[in-house]
Design a protein around this ligand. Sequence first.
Ligand SMILES: Cc1ncc(COP(=O)(O)O)c(C=O)c1O
Length: 447
Amino acid sequence: MYDLLDDAVQRARRYLTDIRTRAVAPATSAVEGLAALAEPLPAAASDPHETLALLDRIVSPATMAMAGPRFFGFVIGGSLPVTLAANWLAGAWDQNAGFYRSTPGVSALEQVAAGWLIDLFELPRGTAVGFVTGATTANFTALAAARHAVLARAGWNVEADGLFGAPPITVVTGAEAHPSLLKSLGMLGLGRSRLTRVAVDGQGRMRADRLPAIAGPTIVCAQAGNVNTGAFDPFPEIIAWAHASGAWVHVDGAFGLWAKASPELRPLTAGLERVDSSATDAHKWLNVPYDSGLAFVRDAHALSAAMAVTAEYLPTDTPERNPCDYTPELSRRARGVEVWAALRTLGRTGLAELFEKNCRQARRFARGFEAAGHEVLNEVVLNQVLVAFGDDARTRRVIEAIQEEGTAWCGVTVWQGRTAMRVSVSSWATTDEDVERALDAMLSVAR
Ligand SMILES: Cc1ncc(COP(=O)(O)O)c(C=O)c1O
């Protein structure tokens, strides 16, 4: 076993070194090489070293270099070294993180990390925190608590009786809500289409002058960090309007919530400390390995009412925090470990520096594009840059050529009718030199 683990370490070291110099996207030949995996299920056992070698030989070259410093596609951070190391150690522990009694060490770590996060995001003491797989599940989890609370206030127990015959819930979102939020609402039986959509401005922010009249059980979903522009909804206006009618305010802050951790960026998040629930990713901007998301619910009872499980054989009776009272999963990996390791290692100043550095780098990209005569379509308030290289067809061609050239990788999007390249700067590993290298390569391709 130890030889095998040492072998994995050597291979991981080589991989992490190689991705700094190889093309960010996998070569076509590497992707074609994946056909070698399509073998019949082996009839007999074989040497595990051989399995590891096959994995490395065939799959490592066919990966996108997301852990490297010049991947700017989607909003995908790398893994801070301490979080990868903690992930390996926690893998060796192989803990089922559901219950305090069966895994006190992991439960204690999550409890500590939850307290730090509550402080960092300036949330009220007693806020419940669920360690889930990502923002989609974090939105789902927090909105399950919202569904519980608004229906309980109307005298309905949704966990016991479901939605059949329940009082209708009004759900309000911005017109630029992330599609995964709509999926979460759909999974909760609240519908992807039966929503009240609020008109947005040119940055994708909900327009405060277009908030509808609301009454009865209502959930309002605002957004911290639009996936294209990085823009933030006007929280103070939204919260005042929603709370005046007793509505529940939820915020999808998959990456934008982290702005709270930076003195420079914090003004963007004014009001967030007063919302009823929020969701974020740790695998995006906190730079922990996949998968890791966080759900925050001010009314801890509403979350545990939606999520807790009891059974005679389960060790639920403890005064300590049972992690599974706050997540959809009963059994799950100890994903709080990497969150704890990142927070403990970076500390408040390290976190602020990470987020501010990436935002400074995004502004550098924007200045570089504009200086070369290209059009930046968004106000660069966070770590997102949208750039057009002429008309839609030319922009698409340039993006494909940038992906092919290999120094960096960015994706394509359509922003309010315009095709654009989306540059998301989210990795601890990206240096200012990487930004200059990437910018030079992109501008030269665009020329
Ligand atoms: C604003 C927003 N919400 C939700 C999500 C979904 O996050 P995940 O893919 O981690 O579930 C994303 C992903 O980019 C996002 O940007």
